[in-house]
Design a binder for this molecule. Structure first.
Ligand code: ATP
Length: 235
């Protein structure tokens, strides 16, 4: 469904991605793990068109989307909940969700709002509260809910568990499982919380300084001694 081939992405002279290949098949949850600065966010940004690849291609459902504008990519069926959530702090929960629906069919709005509220009842309870006054976990729910408003086929999630308490992390991972199992959305998940993410994922990739060094099923990576030593011990 998603095919990233030989992607090189630069920030000025810094080569953040050095020829990355990643495949995501329809219906999968695929996770990308890696240390700080490995290039995980850069890969998601490159897929959704915020950052441009200098070389290589990104294709989605057989169409080349390399270098397209983000709004065009959203129309193709990809949505992103970015790192740091990037919700609109002065807008209410409901207005934030409306922003996620800008590119989608207005006839689907009520349905998609219902999907977001069913998944995260807390958002419904707080629909008139300003985004900036939500807790970290609620803001993450809002960022995911907003991404769901475009009814994507592929959902990109950048470190959804970052900075959240263990119980909230559990809720967020359970929501991701439901989005995949019940809403039939394909998920590409970037995480530093490797243990949770690999348990949830069908497959995973390890990114080290801009290159994929390992790939396998979630189970294989969880049992891999290098992964254990670098990403799981003490975690
Ligand atoms: P983290 O988990 O800390 O967010 P990451 O794996 O997502 O890390 P990226 O944010 O993709 O890593 O960063 C990859 C590399 O690119 C890093 O060396 C980073 O310093 C560099 N980089 C990222 N954004 C920029 C930018 N806007 N300008 C210059 N360099 C950048």
């Amino acid at each position: 469904m998603l095919s990233v081939k030989g992607v090189h992405t630069f920030y000025g002279a810094i080569e953040a991605l050095k020829g990355v290949d990643v495949e995501v098949a329809e219906g999968e949850i695929v996770t990308l793990i890696g240390a700080n600065g490995a290039g995980k966010s850069t890969l998601l940004m490159t897929i959704c068109g915020v950052t441009k690849a200098r070389r290589g291609t990104v294709s989605f459902t057989g169409k080349d989307i390399t270098g397209k504008r983000t709004d065009e990519i959203v129309r193709h069926g990809i949505a992103c909940a970015p790192e740091g959530r990037r919700i609109f702090p002065r807008m209410t929960v409901r207005e934030n969700l409306q922003m996620g629906a800008l590119t989608s069919d207005p006839a689907r709005y009520d349905h998609n709002l219902e999907v977001a509220y069913t998944l995260f009842p807390r958002l419904k309870e707080r629909e008139n509260q300003r985004g900036g006054t939500l807790s970290g976990g609620e803001q993450q729910m809002l960022a995911i809910g907003r991404a769901l408003m475009s009814e994507p086929r592929l959902l990109l999630l950048d470190e959804p568990s970052l900075g959240l308490a263990p119980l909230v992390v559990k809720q967020i991972f359970e929501a991701i499982r439901q989005i995949n199992a019940e809403r039939r959305m394909t998920v590409l998940l970037v995480e530093q919380n490797a243990h949770h993410a690999l348990r949830l994922a069908n497959r995973g990739y390890v990114l080290v300084t801009g290159q994929i060094t390992l790939t396998g099923t979630g189970k294989e990576l969880l049992e891999n001694p290098e992964v254990k030593a670098a990403y799981l011990e003490g975690g």
